[in-house]
Design a protein around this ligand. Structure first.
Ligand code: PGA
Length: 256
């Protein structure tokens, strides 16, 4: 059985002190549910890099995983503004978001670069959360699946088949991110099904063990209907992850 993943992407928000307070509140809501959550899912938070030490401390003794929002593919060197696998692992990071649409569109990360980052995360024994998704314009022109599958193929290019079970995919339509305009469960299900088929072509039976998350304006009000679809295995949550009650409610979808 594949495990679900409910992941908070805090983006460029929260100081260390604010993160500590938010994590205390999230833990107050989720720690009592730990045994139930562990049966079928993981819950993760991804703070900004300088907030990782405070978050790691605040998570001590909890079952919540610590994630990062990006990672460079080289081990070290002259890459101003980037961070390495060893730096992230030093704080207990287990998951790394790669290819988020804000990285692709605002910081011009190419499909190829995202693929290198994903492969480096796997090589460093962490889990990449590989984000894929089309813009509104691409959807309007009927290019949704072509774009998503191109990003998927390039993103997975450097990942050996025997490591497939280490990978998480997040389908995040760009037009749904931070807009309050979520994909309908039916729209998402079509793309998730196509991603699953492509994963089977690439990874054979292991494809059925990979979680495919949905991201883009996920809230406590829409999460249950999204999770009801067979190939939607959790969520990558931005805005709603900055409030303890809404993130806890999303992470406990189907349980509480
Ligand atoms: P959102 O962001 O939930 O605020 O739409 C999701 C994401 O960017 O991962």
């Amino acid at each position: 059985m594949r495990k679900k993943l409910f992941a908070a992407n805090w983006k460029m928000n929260l100081t260390p002190a604010e993160a500590r307070a938010l994590l205390a509140a999230i833990r107050a809501a989720l720690d009592p549910l730990a045994a139930k959550l562990a049966r079928d899912r993981e819950v993760m938070v991804a703070p900004a890099f300088p907030v990782l030490p405070a978050a790691a401390q605040a998570l001590a003794g909890s079952s919540l995983a610590l994630g990062a929002q990006n990672m460079h593919f080289e081990e070290k060197g002259a890459f101003t503004g980037e961070v390495s696998a060893a730096m992230l692992r030093a704080f207990g990071v287990s998951h790394v978001i790669v290819g988020h649409s804000e990285r692709r569109h605002l910081f011009l990360e190419s499909d190829e670069m995202v693929g290198k980052r994903a492969a480096a995360v796997v090589a460093a024994q962490m889990v990449p959360i590989l984000c894929v998704g089309e813009t509104a314009d691409e959807r309007d022109h009927g290019h949704t699946l072509a774009v998503v599958l191109r990003q998927l193929q390039a993103g997975l290019a450097g990942i050996p088949a025997e490591q497939a079970r280490r990978v998480v995919i997040a389908y995040e339509p760009v037009w749904a991110i931070g807009t309050g305009r979520t994909a309908t469960p039916e729209q998402a299900a079509i793309v998730h099904g196509a991603i699953r088929d492509a994963l089977r072509d690439r990874f054979a039976a292991a494809a059925d063990d990979l979680p495919i998350l949905y991201g883009g304006s996920v809230t406590p009000d829409n999460v249950d209907s999204l999770m009801a679809k067979p190939d939607i295995d959790g969520a990558l949550v931005g805005g709603a992850s900055l409030k303890a009650d809404s993130f806890a409610r999303i992470a406990a979808s189907g349980i509480a």
